[in-house]
Design a protein around this ligand. Sequence first.
Ligand SMILES: Cc1cc2nc3c(=O)[nH]c(=O)nc-3n(C[C@H](O)[C@H](O)[C@H](O)COP(=O)(O)OP(=O)(O)OC[C@H]3O[C@@H](n4cnc5c(N)ncnc54)[C@H](O)[C@@H]3O)c2cc1C
Length: 480
Amino acid sequence: MADIAIIGGGAAGASLFGELLRRGSARVHWITGDRAVAGRGVAYASGSGRHLLNVRAQAMSLFAGSEGEFLQFAAQRVDGAGADDFLPRDLFGDFVEAQVRACADQALLQGRHFQIHGDDAVQVEPLCDGGYAVRLAGGLLIKADAVVLALGALSPRPLKTVSREALQGGAYVLDPWHVNRRETAPRRVLVIGTGLTAVDTLLSAGARWPQAELVAVSRHGQLPFEHGLLPLPPYAGQSALNTTLLASDNLLAMLRHVRRAIAAAPQADRRSLVDGMRPINARLWRRLDARQRRQFLRHLRWLWESARHRVAPASAEALTAMREQGRLRLHAARVLGVDGHGPLRVSLRHRATQQLDTLSADLVIQATGLDTAVAFTEHPLLSRLLRDGLAMPDPLQLGVAAHPDGQLINARGELQVGLYAIGALLRGNLWECSAMAEIRVAAQQLARRLAAADSVGVSHAGGASAGKLREPAAGLAPSA
Ligand SMILES: Cc1cc2nc3c(=O)[nH]c(=O)nc-3n(C[C@H](O)[C@H](O)[C@H](O)COP(=O)(O)OP(=O)(O)OC[C@H]3O[C@@H](n4cnc5c(N)ncnc54)[C@H](O)[C@@H]3O)c2cc1C
């Protein structure tokens, strides 16, 4: 029986843990980190009822094919919780915890082998007879035939334009999920970013400091689009559009097809067209070469992300109210520098006028979203994997270089057999891979692969830990 180590205690780790336990064909070692409650990770331990899921209740689940289970769970706890509601993220965290507990109880009854380690993994070392030794911070060594990195996004790094003085003064907050209590309420809070993380940050700051003026700055000043109260009808021409997109092999042609589809059906809601592309996004991404991916990131990412990662109606309404009351201002501007130690001076260049401006703020919160630039990370395990040559950064700094099945590519450009990633670390490979819909499918496919007795992942014939690249029968991209 193979030993499989999962490193990372978020929802991706939880989904894979459950999938492997259900199959019962491996001994599972789940290393959940020393900070988080197993399964909640960053997203579902928010601690605030104001932070809502950006997916309707009926579409959230931990396991592929189990859609609806979260809704059942929620209906027992929240009066009137409905299929189309955007419920608190913490409630989904409760659900994940309950699912993990149920899987573990069932596995115990069935005499299946697993261990959960509430510690950080600090090193993964290949063994000469195949497999890996995973070292935990507390000193424990775990031998595993395959290791899966389910580490989520990296801890945020300060923007290059923030001075050392500003970072050290305590008025610049790098991690928007941990804003410390302050002796005096800030008069002005400036949030860098206008995506979903910024939305939550603004809502929390607005509730915590009702007298504070809020300012949010990003290059385009674009908040996420809003979800409708009810699900949108599908775009009628979606299937034809997706077929055409999949036949294109360059970004400009793809853009042209989308524009034509919009022009041909002006009455259709563009958001539903974006939703309808979701099942093929990973395949489209893989059709783009590095130059085109770079172009997408530079010119289209902001718009794509605002349309694709939308905000729940209640959150959008709260933001609109704050803007109408004059409590929240948005700027489309580039942050040129953050200096001082409180109040901080934030220098900007406005996008429309190119004019320079300086704002002072008692508190500046960096809410710029997922960081996946592994080459610059101080994450002890990842930086060690890079140093040891077992992993390599994706060329666009979107995580690690990997095969479509999630197996890492090492510094020699070879497959690092048996060392996998799941979730945000695979953005370079799949682009769309960090939300529950993609994660649970990836976890199911990976569990299937690992559970197969002679799977590529757990076969180390001759002790080799690196193998030739070959295309798997099915990648980790979601099939639906
Ligand atoms: C604020 C926010 C809101 C979101 N909302 C939604 C939503 O509504 N719907 C949706 O589908 N998706 C949402 N997402 C996407 C979300 O990323 C996924 O749903 C999911 O939570 C990702 O889980 P993960 O396990 O990949 O990462 P994480 O949740 O980041 O978990 C990774 C875990 O690994 C641990 N870890 C890191 N290094 C080590 C180590 N060396 N050893 C041991 N443990 C380690 C970390 O401490 C962390 O607990 C949201 C994401 C964020 C950040």
